[in-house]
Write a protein that binds this ligand. Structure first.
Ligand code: PCA
Length: 182
């Protein structure tokens, strides 16, 4: 079995992204499954495409994309990606698309293909706070989830995909106010 795991690069003034920091710690093989790790840019145009290109290249059985959701306190596998973008801040290429679909004429939403409830139960059994989330927001992470699921549903039926948000790493919160913004 082959599993592609992607993580975003730092954005919004941060010097690390906990998503890719965590991915670096994953072993290259887990119970016989080959783990392919990829850092992807926090960029609307290039980020999802980098993941889709890697799906084409490696033909993995599963793809799990990971990104930072700073204000969250748990690991949150996402249930749904929506065909909509409303960028709160410019991406790492300076693009800030507002109030538009990600893929014109495509379905409004795709549901994850990953067993998110089982993933949450497993994480909790291991003492890791986790919940299923029903919104990945309207920024690059939602774009990643939606565009990857669109590609898998239309072109790569043998790969199952989904997305998980992770909280800030402790080092990022040292100088944060008591209630981080997001
Ligand atoms: N988090 C952002 C984009 C990149 C990342 O790690 C988001 O939640 O959209």
């Amino acid at each position: 079995m082959k599993i592609l795991v992607t993580g975003f690069d730092p954005f919004g003034g941060e010097t690390i992204n906990p998503a890719f920091e965590a991915i670096k710690l994953i072993p290259d093989t887990i119970k016989g499954a080959e783990i392919i790790k990829l850092e992807v840019p926090t960029v609307f145009k290039r980020g999802p495409q980098a993941t889709i290109d890697a799906v084409e290249e490696y033909q993995p059985d599963y793809v799990l994309c990971i990104g930072q959701a700073g204000g969250r306190s748990q690991l949150t596998p996402e249930y749904v990606g929506i065909n909509y973008v409303q960028a709160r801040i410019p991406d790492n290429d300076g693009d800030q698309p507002l109030n538009q679909p990600l893929v014109k004429g495509a379905p409004n939403a795709y549901f994850t293909q990953l067993p998110v409830y089982a993933m949450v139960e497993k994480m909790k059994e291991n003492g890791i706070p986790a919940s299923v989330s029903y919104t990945a927001g309207t920024y690059v992470c939602n774009a990643m989830l939606y565009c990857v699921l669109h590609a898998l549903n239309t072109k790569y039926p043998n790969t199952k995909g989904g997305f998980m948000h992770v909280p800030y790493a402790t080092s990022q919160t040292v100088n944060q106010p008591l209630e981080p913004q997001e």
